[in-house]
Design a protein around this ligand. Structure first.
Ligand code: HEC
Length: 138
């Protein structure tokens, strides 16, 4: 990532992540969004471990349609990504598609399929984190 871009991304992320997380309603920061995704993933994992497919489906749907920060903050964030914008948007879509696949399989009582898709979903989370970590280290 170009140096000025990297600094811009760092600054926007730092700004968004520094704000306090709110518990309900519209999330105020990216960090807040991520913590809700994390809670849904933990819930999804617990539901699959217990074979509770309706609960697993509901948790996966919360990830497939994640809570969003305000349009302003979202635009700011996307703008800060410069030419990586499409790539990061794609990573976000992959997460949503993988979560949708978990939900569909859980919805039709397919435990093995839901579990396999859950593992793929997990990978989409860490792929995006890895991208940001690498961009910062560069
Ligand atoms: C499109 C990119 C993207 C995807 C997909 C993504 N994240 Fe993140 N996540 C981020 C960024 C950016 C941060 C900020 C920290 C960083 O750069 O490592 C972050 C941070 C986090 C954090 C730390 C938040 C904090 O401040 O306490 C958690 C937890 C998290 N993500 C969970 C998840 C989970 C669970 C998923 C998948 C269901 C997910 N994320 C998918 C981009 C993403």
């Amino acid at each position: 990532m170009a140096r000025h871009r990297k600094r811009a991304v760092g600054a926007v992320l730092a700004g968004l992540l520094a704000l306090p997380a709110s518990q309900a309603g519209e999330p105020e920061t990216m960090s807040d969004v991520m913590q809700r995704l994390e809670a849904a993933m933990v819930g999804l994992n617990a539901a699959l471990m217990r074979g509770d497919l309706p609960k697993a489906e509901a948790a996966a749907r919360r990830i497939a349609r994640p809570p969003l920060v305000s349009t302003d903050k979202r635009l700011n964030f996307m703008e800060s990504l410069g030419r990586y914008r499409e790539h990061v948007a794609g990573l976000g879509r992959e997460m949503q598609l993988a979560a949708e696949a978990v939900a569909r399989r859980a919805g039709r009582g397919d435990m093995r399929g839901a579990t396999r898709r859950y593992l793929q979903l997990f990978q989409t989370c860490t792929d995006c984190h890895g991208f940001f970590r690498a961009a910062r280290a560069r």
